[in-house]
Each structure stands twice: as structure tokens, then as C-alpha cells.
Design a protein around this ligand. Structure first.
Ligand SMILES: Cc1cc2nc3c(=O)[nH]c(=O)nc-3n(C[C@H](O)[C@H](O)[C@H](O)COP(=O)(O)OP(=O)(O)OC[C@H]3O[C@@H](n4cnc5c(N)ncnc54)[C@H](O)[C@@H]3O)c2cc1C
Length: 372
């Protein structure tokens, strides 16, 4: 498609910064760039009619790492790396809250609880015994000992007697957060062009040529924030797609569950929202099939989610499922995101993993700061 003179002049000439991807990272990067360079010409390009990766699909946990996840991470990362990552998640949430305000993102601090199924008593005991160690690692970040135990006050079935509670984890309304971020871009005069699939970037004199399915243009700098889809544009980086499936119940009368909950090293997670239970996970049942950029649900995972919902989360309630969906995350051997310069004019902030709500604002800011 040829761009008209008007289209070229009004949207695609003298572009200083182009961000590819309008998820939480891309939008935060654009906002940070505009704050630093108020006169700059910024464009965000997004392949979907809405953001179409993870940022509008997630569970809205403002989480920093459960006890068992941190213990598992410590098997593959140094203490310093693990602490640094938790610190970044904590900083990311604080940045998001101060950027948009708690009301605009529906932030609520109800704490989070890790549940332990009955089948693994040794694992439960190991996690309980690690609480003092984990608290000593995490206290400098949170200025208090974050982990504690609580009784099964929500009457979940088939679990061990106690939860491990993180006092400072909260929840937010994902839809409100993303609408507020997009609104912030509009108010800062940063256009988001939807339905634009970027196919290639080529270094050139004075910047990079961005080739989309329909047209191409020159941008002085390009920021790739495509997370689970990153390997398409960034051949040198190892980011694997990881699909995550979710369901939500119909409203439940007198729902007594409040907070965010997870089990199985974070592979399953649920929360209350609008008198419903949102429940996701089960990727570990079928890693191979879930390593995909295709959206969709599978029988094996949906059946498992429903069984757990009925047998563990809401054992006495004939619950109905209202909606199911999936999102695509970006994962790799390392849990930390990749934030770096790729070439003269191209930068990336990708591989956000399963806690990008907490991390995303900070990664977006760090990505913007790569430009001097
Ligand atoms: C089901 C689910 C539940 C989750 N729950 C939580 C949670 O409770 N708490 C938490 O912290 N994290 C959670 N996460 C993870 C979190 O949502 C992600 O880490 C975060 O949203 C990543 O943000 P991002 O901006 O890096 O990527 P994305 O939101 O995926 O944004 C990337 C964008 O790039 C666009 N794009 C890709 N390729 C192109 C291209 N070639 N051209 C143009 N546009 C392109 C995509 O359409 C997409 O909109 C969850 C994820 C999923 C899927």
C-alpha cells in the first residue's frame, strides 16, 4: 500500500521513537520517553485491535514471588539475582501506582496466599521451614518480614492446614490499568496505531527502516516490546512464547474468598474479582503444546482447572464458567527480562515472564533510559 502525501507527512515523517507493541512495557516506554523528550515525535505500533499479547489477558496479581517460587528460582539463580528481580517487581508496582493512582488501576491490598495440596506434605514442610530464611532475604526490600502463615480461613478443600501469606501482595483490575495507560498516552499526544503488524526492521542511515505488512518508514530509534512474539523480530534473542489459559466464573452469591492465591510453584493462580473467581494456570500439564503464539484453550488444561475449582476452591458451590481465554507470555532460561540495545538504532525490552504486571512499568522505563 502506498502512503498518501498526507499520511506520510502527518504520521510517518520525522519520527524520533517508534515502539513496537502496546502492552504494559511498550506504553510505559513511550510515556518515559515523552517525559524525557517532551518535543519528540513518538509512535506506538500494535498488531491487534487491542493489545494482543499478555497485558490485557492476565490475572491482575500485583505479585513479587511466592515462597515456593523463590525457593525454586534459587535453584537456578544466585541469591543476588533473585533478590534483584523481586526488588524490580516491587519497584515496578510502586511506579505503576504512582503513575496512574490506585483508583485508576483498581489496586487493592488484600495480601496473597500460597496453598499447598495434600499430596506433597514434604514440600509443604520444606516451604514452611524456609520462611525465616526467605524473610531474611526479602526484609531489606519490603522493610518488613513479608512471609507469614495463616489458617485456612476461606475453607478450601484438600489442602494443607496453613497458607503461606505474603502481606504486601495486592491485586488490580487489568482492564482499568490498561485503559488508564492508553488514556495517559492519548493525553500526552502519543498515537497508538492498531492493526499494524511490523515485519522487519533494517538499520539505515539516520535510524531504522520499519517495514510493516502495508508500508514502511524511517524512525530514528526503535524499541521492540513484543514479549512472547519477540523471536519474530529479534533473531538473536531467546524468548520462547508461553501460552497461559484462564477461566472466570459467573457471579457467586456471598462469595467469601478475597485476595490472590497460588499453588504448585505459581503454575496455578486464582483471585476474587467482581464477585467471581478468576482462575488460571496448568501450563505445566502440557509445556510443549503451550509453547505457542496461537491463542486458544485445550481440553486437558480446562478440565484440570474446572476440577480444581470444584474440588478445592469452591467445594460446596455448583459453579458455572462464564468465559475462557488465553494470553501469550515470553519466557526463557533466565527469569530476568532482556533490556538492551540490539544495534545502532534498535533496542528491546522483552521476556517478561509471568509477573510482568509488577515488572512491566519498570522495564518500560529502563528501556527508554537506554537512549542517551
Ligand atoms: C493468562 C495470563 C495471566 C497472567 N497473570 C499475571 C499476573 O497476575 N501478574 C503479573 O504480574 N503478570 C501476569 N501475567 C504476565 C503479564 O501479563 C506479562 O508479563 C506482561 O503483560 C507483559 O507485558 P509486555 O508489554 O511485555 O507484553 P504484551 O502485553 O504481550 O505486549 C506485547 C504487544 O506486542 C504486540 N506485538 C507483537 N508482535 C508485534 C508485531 N510484529 N508488530 C506489532 N505489534 C506486535 C502484541 O500484540 C502485544 O500487544 C500473566 C500473563 C498471562 C498470559
Amino acid at each position: 500500500m502506498e502512503l498518501s502525501y498526507w499520511e506520510h507527512k502527518s504520521w510517518f515523517s520525522h519520527v524520533d521513537f517508534t515502539i513496537i507493541g502496546s502492552g504494559i512495557v511498550g506504553i510505559n516506554c513511550a510515556i518515559s520517553l515523552k517525559e524525557k523528550y517532551p518535543k519528540s515525535n513518538i509512535l506506538i505500533l500494535e498488531k491487534g485491535s487491542l493489545p494482543q499479547g499478555a497485558s490485557t489477558k492476565n490475572a491482575g496479581f500485583a505479585c513479587f514471588g511466592s515462597a515456593s517460587e523463590i525457593l525454586s528460582d534459587l535453584e537456578h539463580h544466585t541469591e543476588e539475582e533473585v533478590v534483584q528481580l523481586v526488588q524490580k517487581r516491587w519497584d515496578g508496582i510502586q511506579r505503576l501506582r504512582s503513575l496512574l493512582g490506585d483508583e485508576a488501576i483498581g489496586f487493592q491490598l488484600h495480601g496473597s496466599h500460597e496453598l499447598f495440596p495434600l499430596e506433597k506434605p514434604e514440600f509443604y514442610e520444606k516451604c514452611l521451614a524456609s520462611i525465616p530464611y526467605l524473610n531474611s532475604l526479602m526484609e531489606p526490600i519490603f522493610q518488613q518480614k513479608p512471609f507469614d502463615t495463616s489458617n485456612n480461613c476461606f475453607n478450601f478443600a484438600n489442602i494443607q492446614e496453613k497458607y503461606i501469606t505474603h502481606q504486601l501482595e495486592g491485586q488490580l483490575d487489568t482492564g482499568k490499568m490498561m485503559r488508564s495507560l492508553i488514556q495517559k498516552c492519548v493525553s500526552m499526544k502519543i498515537p497508538i496505531l492498531n492493526g499494524v503488524m511490523v515485519e522487519e526492521m533494517i538499520e539505515s542511515n539516520g535510524g531504522a527502516i520499519i517495514k510493516t505488512a502495508d508500508f514502511e518508514f524511517l524512525s530514528k530509534k526503535v524499541f521492540v516490546a513484543t514479549n512472547g512474539f519477540a523471536s519474530k523480530l529479534l533473531k538473536s534473542e531467546t524468548v520462547k512464547p508461553a501460552r497461559a489459559q484462564v477461566l472466570i466464573t459467573e457471579p457467586i452469591k456471598n462469595l467469601h474468598v478475597k485476595g490472590t492465591f497460588h499453588f504448585d510453584e505459581g503454575y496455578y493462580y486464582f483471585r476474587n474479582i467482581d464477585d467471581r473467581i478468576l482462575f488460571g494456570g496448568g501450563r505445566n500439564l502440557d509445556f510443549k503444546t503451550e509453547e505457542t503464539t496461537e491463542f486458544g484453550e485445550t481440553q486437558i488444561i480446562q478440565d484440570r482447572l474446572e476440577a480444581l475449582l470444584r474440588n478445592m476452591i469452591l467445594p460446596d458451590y455448583p459453579v458455572k464458567i462464564e468465559r475462557r481465554w488465553s494470553g501469550i507470555m515470553g519466557v526463557g532460561a533466565q527469569k530476568s527480562p532482556i533490556v538492551k540495545q540490539i544495534s545502532n538504532s534498535i533496542y528491546c525490552g522483552v521476556r517478561l515472564g509471568g509477573m510482568g504486571v509488577a515488572l512491566g512499568s519498570l522495564v518500560g522505563k529502563e528501556l527508554a533510559e537506554l537512549v542517551d
